[in-house]
Design a protein around this ligand. Sequence first.
Ligand SMILES: Cc1ncc(COP(=O)(O)O)c(C=O)c1O
Length: 366
Amino acid sequence: MFRKIELDAPCVGTIEKEYLCKAIDSGFISTFGPYVPEFETKMADYLGIKSCVAVQSGTAAIYMALYQLGIGHGDEVIVPALTFTATVNPVLYVGATPVIVDVDEMTWNINPEKIMEAVTQKTKAIIPVHLYGNPCDMVEIMKIAGQHKLRVIEDATESLGAKVNNKDTGGFGDFGCLSFNGNKLISTGGGGMVVSNDAEQMDRIRYLINQAKDKDKAEVHSEMGFNYRMTNIEAALGLAQMEKISAFLDKKRSFRKIYQNALSDLPFVRFQEPHPTGTQSHWFTCMRIIGERRLLDIMEKLKEKGVPVRRIFAPIGTMPYLTQYSRNCSSAVKIFNSGLCLPSSTLNAENDIKDVASIIREVLGG
Ligand SMILES: Cc1ncc(COP(=O)(O)O)c(C=O)c1O
């Protein structure tokens, strides 16, 4: 491979530079400035949701959602076995107990049947994660939540652009949480957003992330607050990236098609597939290599040929600090042992991905 293939690097360029220069020239480089509310409004319009509050990270967004819902000591929060650790950490920050639930082997997302088995008197919330841009079965999850009076915080940090029944992820639960970390569909360098249709609760979050500063008396802080505000510089990047969001999604969709056309006839290859109600954003194209083939050897061979790939998140209950919450999650283990994230950065050209797909095929002996 002669060209450098990117796994998940962000695509930034001229528009981003223009927005950043404007932010700097305006003097607003910190948390005040017009780009933050503008970015929030643009995202709300894009998602078709009432309110968005920009914050410092996706982790902060999940934390604020749990905090605002009053979830804490003695409460249980259901999380999927396959996710990044940042889904679970905020549950611990508020003092609640994560209850780890196995995933579905087709979607790799939390299995609604297993959610029902895990609900107890102490369960207060579910955090479904739309893993790698593949949306969860939100219809079923919202039904279960309704039956048991549970709150739902969607971890939509990986799923901007993904839909369920044509509605954007993040807008089904009480809150949705986005991330604009360096490798996400759009990036602000580092940042996140809480999104919701509940304007009243969002006003509270907006106030809490600004050190709970009293609206009328700036010197008064009526309660403990947080400094999780996004800066004008970050929002400038976000606005520039919003202009490219459709192009990014189109490109990622075409990458998935290329991989699928090149590899899906191999009997030992299984792509991560959507639920019938879901439309993937293809933040990452992911697949499993089933059978005796050794994943680490395959990864090594791909690396030698200039193809960067990444393993799937390890089942969350195997993290040393979370083993006390570990449960039997055999589907998550199977996916971890056989799954790969393929090069999906929008810096790659479609021809690069065609070459990558041929190399993968050759390495797999297809
Ligand atoms: C599933 C998941 N949840 C939460 C996060 C946290 O987002 P951030 O890195 O912006 O804090 C991420 C991304 O990093 C993620 O992939």
